[in-house]
Design a protein around this ligand. Structure first.
Ligand code: HEM
Length: 482
């Protein structure tokens, strides 16, 4: 299907290090609209088979990575995936284009980006929030979908609380979480060995960090976090699958039970972060609950998915484990661990990031050394940026599918990863510092106590519903270090 993308846009799409990307409202004169309709008519014979193929791929794989991948062309940076004859989705594989797009607010009715009224991912979140608070909510109640006037009032306290200045106190709390997790693991030990599911362990860990550090709840038994982790996963899976198929009664009962779990933790939150939010008069109670829900969504499966992937990789590389342990023993920090996390983020950036134009938008790429080109995105059609695909650009890296933290061309600084795994700009991840700190903290805690062997040997399938995760469980066999 990549061939269709060659036919939709026949020219090449070069982007060099000096290129400038500009987004502006597309020319909407009668003549321009007529030209677009003619183009649509000419392309229709390609569009129909392309659409059938895309739908077939989605039904076959029941995920997004493989179908999207089938649309990508090397050396191209905008790829079209046809969903219906009149509606497409675009996949962008250039961080330069994404960077420019991220300068806009997600929901600026006067700007270029806003929301598609139907099927937008934010509306999925909204329906779950509505069930959690048990009363009607609208887009303004949920700050994830915020317009420019609301963005800063929700992001500023979050960025302060989770920023570098607060890291010493956050690191101390991460030590508490590690103690709880290690206590749980030691309890599973039989003859010095433990076998755990990486998904289960990392899911509980990521949720424990949000629960304890942001919602002020430290569970007396580490396994209590499993309930919350499962509840988030089940609720979001239910909401996504509801788009395709009417849920059965039993599924709805199960969903309602999980909603109660989430309602319980969110309503009983306490602590410094809650106090901080309560002091901001512009934030209503529903919005506050929406923020907590969003923190679980934003900080739960993302961090867990990355941890799971890194554990799986480390479990096959005892040499890396030995290096990390030696470095930490000698200097209390590990350069190898840093590289492992960067390489993990390169191969397994866990999210697809989307924006929806609320008018027809024209993008121009001006290259200093070569040809300039334009692309028009239609109103209401999602533009996805996928760091996962950007880092698999074959021309950029040798052996790009291989997990190799020692590759020379890897960036050294975790804060400036060029493929933007945390996005940036108006909605860049506010949990970036916490996420990186918790990932390193959990990996160190486990590696200093255990040797890891992981299975399966071959890459488990990578699946995407909202967050990329490994399909078929990764098992960690842990042996206590002597
Ligand atoms: C490895 C870990 C993580 C990765 C890769 C990651 C990545 C991302 C990405 C790509 C976005 C989308 C930004 C956009 O739409 O432009 C995002 C948003 C967000 N993340 Fe993270 N994240 C991680 C961990 C966390 C953690 C631990 C938290 C919890 C504090 C968190 C909280 C959020 C929130 C609240 C948003 C929404 C921001 C907004 O809409 O303004 N994330 N994250």
């Amino acid at each position: 299907m990549a061939i269709c993308n060659r036919l939709y846009f026949c020219g090449s799409q070069p982007i060099d290090s000096h290129s400038k990307v500009v987004f502006k409202e597309a020319n909407n004169s009668k003549c321009a609209r007529f030209t677009r309709w003619v183009k649509w008519g000419v392309q229709l014979p390609i569009v129909i088979p392309h659409m059938i193929y895309s739908i077939f791929m989605m039904m076959k794989h029941k995920e997004l990575i493989a179908p999207l991948r089938a649309n990508l062309l090397e050396g191209r940076f905008v790829h079209r995936v046809v969903l219906t004859p009149t509606k497409s989705q675009y996949v962008i594989t250039s961080a330069k284009i994404a960077n420019q797009m991220f300068k806009s607010y997600r929901n600026d009715q006067n700007g270029l980006f806003g929301f598609d009224e139907k099927g937008n991912v934010s509306l999925l979140f909204l329906s779950v929030l509505q069930d959690i608070v048990n009363e009607p909510v609208n887009l303004n109640d949920f700050l994830f979908t915020c317009d420019p006037a609301q963005v800063e009032c929700f992001r500023e306290p979050m960025l302060n609380f989770l920023g570098p200045k607060n890291m010493p106190s956050i690191r101390a709390k991460l030590d508490d979480v590690n103690q709880d997790m290690l206590g749980y693991l030691f309890g599973l030990e039989e003859y010095g060995r433990i076998q755990v599911s990486a998904k289960d362990l990392c899911g509980m860990y990521a949720v424990s960090v949000i629960s304890y550090i942001l919602l002020g709840k430290r569970a007396s038994d580490f396994q209590e976090y499993r309930n919350i982790s499962n509840a988030i996963h089940e609720c979001m899976t239910y909401s996504v699958s509801k788009l395709w198929k009417k849920p059965e009664k039993e599924q709805t009962h199960k969903y309602n039970r999980k909603i109660e779990v989430l309602r319980g933790v969110i309503e009983n939150s306490q602590g410094n972060f809650l106090d901080l939010l309560k002091n901001i008069s512009e934030i209503s109670e529903i919005q506050r609950k929406g923020i907590f829900f969003l923190l679980y969504i934003g900080g739960g499966e993302t961090a867990a998915s990355l941890l799971e992937f890194i554990f799986w990789q480390l479990g096959k590389r005892s040499d890396l484990q030995t290096r990390i342990v030696k470095e930490i023993e000698t200097s209390n920090r590990s350069e190898t661990l840093n590289k492992v996390v960067i390489e993990g983020l390169r191969l397994n950036s866990p999210t697809l990031i989307s924006r929806t134009p609320n008018k027809d938008v024209e993008m121009t790429v001006n290259n200093k050394t070569g040809k300039s080109w334009k692309y028009t995105f239609n109103k209401g059609e999602d533009i996805l940026y996928a760091p996962y695909f950007t880092t698999r650009n074959q021309s950029a890296l040798k052996d790009y599918e291989e997990f190799n933290p020692d590759r020379r061309d890897l960036p050294k600084q975790i804060r400036s990863l060029p493929w933007l795994p945390f996005s940036l700009g108006k909605h860049g991840c506010p949990g970036k510092f916490l996420g990186l700190a918790e990932i390193k903290s959990m990996l160190s805690a486990i590696l200093m106590n255990f040797e890891i062997v992981s299975g399966p040997q071959n890459l488990p399938k990578q699946k995407q519903i909202l967050t990329l995760h490994l399909d078929s469980d990764v098992t960690l066999n842990l042996t206590r270090r002597t």
